[in-house]
Structure formats: structure tokens, C-alpha cells
Design a binder for this molecule. Structure first.
Ligand code: NAP
Length: 255
């Protein structure tokens, strides 16, 4: 077992969106003392978000824009963050897009867009971050899947999204197996409906009630519910958990 270094960095993709899971995650982690690397599409907003985090929590933070579906841009962003921040111990792959297109209307471009961001993007960031983690002999990776992977959609997004998110679970298990020898754990979180803007904009009260109907917990999830689960899975004490999918979904999917 390799101990975490005193100064450690977590890189979070999709971390800029103000009401999103990634933003909640960087706030949560910075409050725990993690230094933060911010990756999202817009470079200027990544840098501004990092500045806010550093000022609010007194940690080190840096931002770099990247399109996670473009391997060269993800690699360049992680190179830059690694040069600017303490040792990268954790990566949270949060960036993602929804896709409500009915299957018979899905064309090749939509399929490639959704798989490119939601599945390839997780692989590209993981592939780069794992190089550093393997060299350092310690790492924690958390990927965001979705209950849509397990239930075949049913909330908002449809087939390409479900396929990509199911792919994330396979990627998680396989990388957990291959990277274990380097003391790197890889896990997935499968959120149920969370109150962000990804399901076609801010949710109305009616829509929230509708989404709550099949749950055993009587409310829609908050971004903080997911942030807290990420924080646990990347913690030093979670080192014996790998290859797992943690359902943080209000009990929507039980197996
Ligand atoms: P969100 O607020 O839309 O966050 C997604 C973030 O990813 C945004 O900051 C977005 O940037 C960024 N992003 C999109 N495409 C990108 C790309 N190509 N490269 C880099 N960053 C990109 O939605 P969220 O609900 O927090 O979603 C976070 C994750 O949770 C996603 O993977 C989503 O599939 C998953 N999830 C969400 C729910 C839910 O109910 N909310 C349920 C299950 C799983 P822009 O804002 O600039 O586009």
C-alpha cells in the first residue's frame, strides 16, 4: 500500500458547468484539501473557475481547456496541469453530454458525438493520467456512468448515451484489472436523476416529481450526492475498492 503524498491533486473533467456535478465535485474536494485541476471545453472558463477555487479554499488550482473527445487536446491539458500542480493522485471523469434522439433518428454523427465524448473521452483522460499514476505508484480514477446504462435509458437520454455509459462500466472494470498492479484503483459511479441542466435544461418541479416516482428515496439527487461519492472513492481509505460501480441513484436500480 502506497500512502498518498501530503500535497495531492485531483483532476476533474466537465468541472465548469455552474449547476453541474463536476463543479460540485471540485468544491467538495477543495474543501477537503485536494488541489484541483479543472478541465472543460472553454479554456478561459477553466482558468477562471480554478482561480475561484484557489481563492475560496486556499488550495492550488489550475485550469486548461480541452475537448475530451480529442485525445491530443486532453493530453495537452493534463500535461499542463501536471506541470502546474502537485502530484496527480486522482482523476474524476465527469464530462458528458446527453442525447435524447430516438433510435430510428440516430445518424452516424450523433452516434460518434455521444460515444466520442462519453466513452472515448473517459479513455483518453484515463490513458494519460494513468501514465503519471503508474510512474508514481498510486492513483484513484472515478468514471461517471449512468443508471441509463443499467436500465437502457428511461430518464432522458436514449440509445447512444446508454451504450456509451455501459461502455464506461466495461472500461472501468478492464482498467481496474490492468492498472491494479500500479496501485491504481478505478471505479464508476452510476447516478440516477440529478438536479442539473443536462436533461434538456433546468428541471421544472413537475419534472422532478416525475423523475422521483420510481425511486425509493423521495427526492431527486443533488450534484453534492455524487461529489461526496467521488470524494469517498478517491480517498486514501478506499484503496481496497476497485472495478466497482456504485449506484448513487435513490434506489432506482437494485441488483
Ligand atoms: P452538465 O452540467 O452539463 O455537465 C457536463 C459538463 O461536461 C459541462 O461542464 C460541459 O461543458 C462538459 N463537457 C461537455 N462536453 C465536453 C467535451 N467534449 N469536453 C470537455 N467537457 C465537456 O451535466 P451533469 O449532469 O453535471 O453531468 C455530469 C456527468 O454526469 C455526465 O457525464 C453525465 O452524463 C452524468 N450523469 C448525469 C446525470 C443527471 O441526472 N444529471 C445522471 C447520470 C449521469 P459545457 O457546459 O461547456 O458544455
Amino acid at each position: 500500500m502506497t500512502a498518498f503524498p501530503l500535497e495531492r491533486t485531483a483532476i476533474v473533467t466537465g468541472a465548469v458547468s455552474e449547476r453541474g456535478i463536476g463543479r460540485a465535485t471540485i468544491n467538495y474536494l477543495a474543501a477537503q484539501g485536494w488541489n484541483i485541476g479543472v478541465i472543460d471545453l472553454d479554456d478561459a472558463r477553466c482558468r477562471a473557475t480554478a482561480k475561484d477555487i484557489a481563492a475560496s479554499y486556499g488550495v492550488q488550482a489550475a485550469g486548461a481547456g480541452a475537448d475530451v473527445s480529442d485525445e491530443a487536446s486532453v493530453r495537452a491539458a493534463i500535461d499542463e496541469l501536471e506541470a502546474a500542480l502537485p502530484q496527480i493522485v486522482a482523476l474524476a471523469n465527469v464530462a458528458g453530454v446527453s442525447s435524447p434522439v430516438p433510435y430510428l433518428e440516430v445518424d452516424a454523427a450523433e452516434w460518434d458525438r455521444v460515444l466520442g465524448i462519453n466513452l472515448n473521452g473517459v479513455h483518453y483522460a484515463t490513458r494519460r493520467a494513468a501514465e503519471s499514476m503508474a510512474r508514481d505508484g498510486v492513483g484513484r480514477i472515478v468514471n461517471i456512468s449512468s443508471v441509463s446504462a443499467q436500465r437502457g435509458g428511461g430518464t432522458f437520454s436514449k440509445t447512444p448515451y446508454s451504450a456509451a455509459k455501459a461502455g464506461v462500466i466495461g472500461l472501468t472494470r478492464a482498467t481496474a484489472r490492468e492498472l491494479g498492479e500500479f496501485n491504481i484503483t478505478v471505479n464508476a459511479i452510476s447516478p440516477g436523476p440529478i438536479d442539473t441542466d443536462i436533461m434538456g435544461g433546468t428541471l421544472s418541479e413537475e419534472r422532478k416529481e416525475e423523475l422521483t416516482r420510481d425511486l425509493v428515496v423521495n427526492r431527486i439527487g443533488s450534484p453534492r450526492d455524487i461529489a461526496a461519492a467521488i470524494a469517498f472513492l478517491i480517498s486514501e481509505d478506499a484503496g481496497y475498492i476497485s472495478g466497482q460501480t456504485l449506484n448513487v441513484d435513490g434506489g432506482l436500480y437494485m441488483h
